[in-house]
Design a protein. Structure first.
Length: 69
């Protein structure tokens, strides 16, 4: 499944790379919200997808932090 592959890729990354991905995803979410507010966004389901990807990245970061203890 596509999501499983995404999570596997996340788990293979370091914490610094995950933080970079997190910042990029949050910027993308901001831009999508801005486009939605100005009625320029065609695919509104992308907002939901990006929000879930942010949650996945944060989950993997938390898992790695707990494993490092």
């Amino acid at each position: 499944m596509k999501i499983d592959k995404f999570v596997e890729d996340l788990r293979a990354k370091s914490a610094a790379e995950l933080n970079d991905d997190l910042v990029a995803a949050k910027k993308e979410l901001f831009n999508l919200r801005f486009q939605n507010a100005t009625n320029q966004l065609d695919n509104t389901s992308r907002i939901k997808e990006v929000r879930r990807n942010i949650a996945r990245i944060q989950t993997v970061l938390t898992e790695q932090a707990k494993a490092a203890r």
